[in-house]
Write a protein that binds this ligand. Structure first.
Ligand code: BF8
Ligand code: SF4
Length: 626
């Protein structure tokens, strides 16, 4: 293969070259071997019952129906629904774990974590209508726990964070009947409705897709973010490094790769334990180096400045260095292929969450009530591998890229407003006066079907060049961090207006907000922009747009749907599971906007994608008369 076509990440490329030379298989190589199924790619097949599976013709989608009579629109909508349900389930189950931990902390059953950010606790409590004046922290926390539990379990009524939704947006949702009750109920109903022989009107299916997705964005994900901030601290900007050059050959290297911050927080304690550091030194290491990957890595980067080794498509590549002594994974985006690569280099790979075991991989279960039992053990195993299991040749790509991370919604508020007038007013003013044209969220995965990081980076460059402020999360944030755009001096790449604002405030033109569940920070920022005024009454009025240019996961589809349902034009790349020209496609890409929501868009070329987003931003500006 021409490996340069696989990635623009220098470190990953170097490791792919090494992997090719050493005959080590990985997702890039497998993707090149395995072309995607053309029928599945366009969502023209159904396997929801044993009368099928049924395949329609993507080239002539209305020429046939399934055995039960299901049309292409029903089939594609149901497939889409299942993706939304799964994505929503992943985020809400993660949020539920955070809430479990919070409950245990509040009830004194967990000693290792505590309420670190009391200010945030009070703010979140107030936002869901809890009276906080004159109350003790613990009392507020208990009330907040009970309130937030409804996000998952409530069978009727509206989820607690519906109170944060701009009134006009909420009114649209109420009119359409899509305000989420509790996530469990919405996911259950969506699974039911997409069963054989139930909902066979694509428009009706999409309504429940929206309701379920909103239960993620304004529910499960938002709870995950808020509880993580309360327990582990709300991020504030800090300088931190990304890329594989953060591995240290003379240190014991440990990577935590996954999504739930609990494991990571305890691992931080373990690697700082003097006894374990001493052990590492006895084994001949200079110390212990901890790095993150994927989303919990993005959170640890934002909260604590822990270096981040790379995004989703670098997780196998990093093991090819030979320098990783142990990798601990929890849930989501964990490739089964890691197991083979780890074996090739003697890296100790550990699963830690009962939800995610891998055949042939050692499982050391992580329990929040005794978290150090798991993380200390993993550190000890890493030390052991450092001492006795390292390969003859270790190659560490030299790149380390520094940037500013940790822009929470609260900090953007503070940064733009200054100490005494924390508010989004200056942001709105700069949008109204045209220095900032609009705001774009560029988020999501990397995917071996496209050149790693390339679409993210080119898209973001084009956006900032056109004075669009970019906010980021997840693997996309790491792509741009590696490209050096998270530094204030990247403002030279921005258009004049945006550059002027960045220079005045001292901020980069690209702001990293953390992990994928932290997309909820973008929702809150949107709600705040509406509340401050001057930019319309609903999120759908704002000059904003979103993109996941290299997405791969069902979670990304769910995120896309909750942004669309919240009123945001959202453009995806790679491929889209619909057939152009079908009614279902038209519904997602046009009709939803006519119903007062946002809409979907699709483009594979980053420049085209940027200009679709800019055109939308301009359309919204025009409607606002600015
Ligand atoms: O939740 S961006 S590849 S790591 S799915 Fe996965 Fe995609 Fe990365 Fe995090 Ni989000
Ligand atoms: Fe075929 Fe209908 Fe069964 Fe789907 S539900 S597999 S379209 S018969």
């Amino acid at each position: 293969y021409n490996l340069k076509e696989f990635t623009t990440c220098e470190s990953t490329l170097m490791m792919l070259q090494k992997a090719a030379a050493e005959g080590v298989d990985n997702a890039f190589f497998r993707a090149a071997e395995m072309k995607p199924c053309p029928i599945g790619m366009e969502s023209a097949c159904c396997k929801h019952c044993a009368m099928g599976p049924c395949r329609l013709n993507p080239k002539d989608p209305y020429s046939r129906v399934g055995v039960c009579g299901a049309t292409i629109d029903t089939i594609a909508a149901r497939n889409f629904a299942r993706m939304v349900a799964s994505g929503a389930a992943a985020h809400t189950d993660h949020g539920m774990t955070m809430l479990d931990v919070f409950r245990d902390v509040v009830n004194g059953k967990i000693k290792d974590y505590k309420i670190k950010d009391e200010v945030k606790l009070r703010e979140v409590a107030k936002s869901v209508g809890i009276e906080v004046e004159g109350k003790e922290t613990l009392e507020i926390a208990k009330e907040l726990y009970h309130e937030l539990e409804k996000t998952y379990t409530q069978v009727e009524g509206e989820i607690p964070f519906a109170k944060r939704v701009p009134p006009k947006t909420l009114e649209t949702w109420r009119k359409l009947g899509i305000v989420p009750r509790g996530a469990m109920r919405e996911i259950m109903e969506l699974m039911h409705r997409s069963h054989m022989g139930v909902d066979q009107d694509y428009r009706n299916i999409v309504l429940q897709c929206s309701r379920t997705a909103l239960a993620d964005g304004w529910g499960g994900s938002m709870v995950a973010t808020e509880i993580s901030d309360i327990l582990f601290g709300t991020p504030k900007p800090l300088v931190a490094a990304v890329n594989m050059g953060n591995l240290k050959e003379d240190h014991v290297n440990i990577i935590v790769h996954g999504h739930e911050p609990n494991l990571f927080e305890s691992m931080i304690d373990s690697v700082n334990d003097p006894k374990l550091i001493e052990k590492a030194k006895e084994a001949g290491a200079k110390g212990i180096q901890l790095l993150g990957m994927c989303c919990s890595g993005a959170e640890a980067l934002s909260r604590h400045g822990i270096p981040h080794a790379g995004n989703f498509m670098s997780t196998e590549a990093v093991l090819v260095t030979g320098a990783v002594d142990a990798m601990a994974v929890d849930v989501q985006c964990i490739k089964q292929g890691l197991s083979t690569v780890a074996k090739c280099y003697g890296t100790r790979l550990f699963t830690t969450n009962p939800r995610c075991k891998i055949e042939g991989v050692e499982h050391i279960e992580f329990h929040e009530r005794e978290p150090r039992k798991c993380t200390d053990k993993i550190v000890e195993m890493a030390i052991e591998r450092f001492k006795n299991g390292r390969p003859d040749r270790i190659v560490i790509p030299p790149r380390r890229d520094f940037g500013v991370h940790g822009f929470s919604h609260e900090y953007i508020n503070y940064m733009l407003g200054g100490t005494f007038r924390a508010s989004y007013k200056p942001l709105n003013e700069n949008i109204i006066n045209g220095k900032i044209r609009g705001v774009a969220g560029v988020v999501g995965c990397t995917n071996p079907r496209v050149r790693q990081d390339w679409v993210h980076v080119e898209l973001v460059k084009e956006l900032i060049k056109n004075n669009v402020l970019v906010v980021q999360t997840g693997c996309s944030q790491i792509a741009l961090a590696k490209a050096g755009l998270m530094k204030p001096d990247a403002a030279v790449l921005a258009g004049d207006g945006l550059a002027e604002v960045c220079e005045a405030v001292g901020m980069p033109p690209v702001l990293g907000l953390g992990s994928c569940v932290d997309n909820s920070r973008i929702l809150i920022a949107c709600a705040e922009m509406v509340r401050i005024g001057g930019l319309g009454e609903s999120i759908a009025d704002l000059p904003v747009a979103g993109a996941a240019p290299e997405y791969m996961s069902e979670k990304a589809i769910c995120i896309g749907q909750y942004f669309v349902a919240s009123g945001v034009y959202t453009v995806f790349g790679v491929t889209f599971p619909t057939i152009e020209g079908t009614k279902f496609h038209k519904h997602l890409f046009e009709e939803l906007e006519e119903m007062g929501l946002g809409k979907w868009g699709f483009a594979t070329d980053p420049i085209e994608m940027a200009h679709k987003m800019i055109a939308h931003i301009d359309k919204k500006r025009e409607a606002l008369g600015i």
